[in-house]
Design a protein around this ligand. Structure first.
Ligand code: IPM
Ligand code: MN
Length: 373
């Protein structure tokens, strides 16, 4: 198969982790006999620095004419004082919209052996395996009107007013709900829908539509939870969660929390799908404080490659090969700094990438041996 991808390394630790993810991709592609065609483009702060646009037209064109997009991270303090449309994040938000990527899948899994990396007690976090389904193109991130009005008045308490709009139309809720129920059918058949229906109209509509869609999936058990209470349950009994379905902003917050729970945000991968071209990126962001030090955890980016192969190419064997390689490397005790309790030896970004690439090669050869017998 031809794997025709656009690679967007982006900002901060994005380029470092993406390089390791591409290494693992190449190793799996070689082992399973696939060709790769990779086009590297700018996004975010890197694109602002190059052409003063966080999502240049040639980046969009490259993404739309490839079969999938692998992204590192966007965000850079250098542009903190820019107007909204000239911030690195604006590039990512526009890209999600250009790609029609309304469904953001963020699995949070506690890998066996990593219980000690979690701030929670091992007996609580053991067995955690949830899929957060975050709506990605609606809510406060995109709702209009949005503005800051009035002029700053230095030295006074000020009179400016800022407005954002949370907006959801029924079809937007319906399509993301279907994604969650379809996923639940292949998992433990439970969907927890998270909202704030005791306060927000958007959430009341959300709850009504999700309940209606649930009728098409009688085997799936649907429950509803207010977001504040869901945040609490997530730390009290993370292992009880299967599919967690929620709107854009709540999903942004709860997925970082889930990353902390399973040991490190650096482990979390994501897929943003639903449109013609899927977008795959680690959840951790650009982490400017550790950029360039060679200590970032590349596993979120590497596991995003597994999601890319699964969701954009239906290459399930290849995806599982990467996931098993990651498990095996962790099982052997290798840890990047974010995963290591203080006393433990740590390995670098590139060492972790190399170990996973080697493990994929080894596992792939076993796959071929076992299919020959
Ligand atoms: C994420 C990030 C983005 C988001 C930012 C960088 C725009 O935090 O992917 O979770 O808020 O969606
Ligand atoms: Mn986030």
């Amino acid at each position: 198969m031809l794997l025709n991808l656009t690679i967007l390394p982006g900002d901060g630790i994005g380029p470092e982790v993406t390089e390791q993810a591409v290494l693992v991709l190449q190793s799996v592609a070689d082992a399973f006999g696939h060709q790769t065609q990779l086009h590297r483009k700018h996004i975010g702060g890197a694109a602002l620095a190059a052409v003063n646009d966080p999502l240049p037209p040639d980046t969009v064109e490259a993404c739309l004419s490839s079969s999938a997009v692998l992204l590192g991270a966007v965000g850079s303090p250098a542009f903190d004082n820019n107007p909204n449309h000239l911030r690195p994040e604006a590039g990512l938000l526009r890209l999600r919209r250009e790609l029609g990527a309304f469904a953001n899948l963020r699995p949070a899994v506690c890998f066996p052996g990593l219980e000690d990396s979690s701030p929670l007690r091992a007996d609580l976090v053991r067995g955690t395996d949830m899929m957060i389904v975050r709506e990605l193109l609606g809510g406060l991130y995109f709702g209009r009107p949005r503005s800051i009005s009035g002029a700053p008045e230095p030295g006074t308490s000020g009179s400016r007013v800022a407005v954002n709009t949370m907006r959801y139309a029924e079809p937007e809720i319906e399509r993301i709900a279907r994604v969650a129920f379809e996923l639940a059918m292949k998992r433990r058949r439970r969907v927890l829908s998270v909202d704030k229906a005791n306060v927000l109209e958007c959430s009341r509509l959300w709850r009504e539509v999700v309940t209606r869609i649930a009728q098409d999936y009688p085997e799936v058990k649907l429950t509803h939870q207010y977001v504040d209470s869901a945040a609490m349950l997530l730390v009290q009994r993370p292992a009880d969660f299967d599919v967690l379905l929620t709107e854009n902003m709540f999903g942004d917050i709860l997925s970082d929390q889930a990353g902390g729970i399973v040991g490190s945000l650096g482990l979390l991968a994501s897929a943003s799908i639903g449109g013609p071209v899927g977008l795959y990126e680690p959840v951790h962001g650009s982490a400017p404080d550790i950029a360039g030090k060679g200590i970032a955890n590349p596993l979120g980016a590497i596991l995003s490659v597994a999601m890319l192969l699964r969701h954009s190419f239906q290459l399930e064997r290849e995806a599982v090969c990467i996931e098993n390689a990651v498990s095996s490397v962790l099982n052997h005790g290798h840890r990047t700094a974010d995963l290591a309790p203080k006393s433990r030896a740590v390995i670098s970004t590139t060492e972790m990438g190399n170990l996973v690439a080697q493990a994929t090669k080894q596992l792939a050869s076993q796959v071929f041996v076992s299919t020959r017998h």
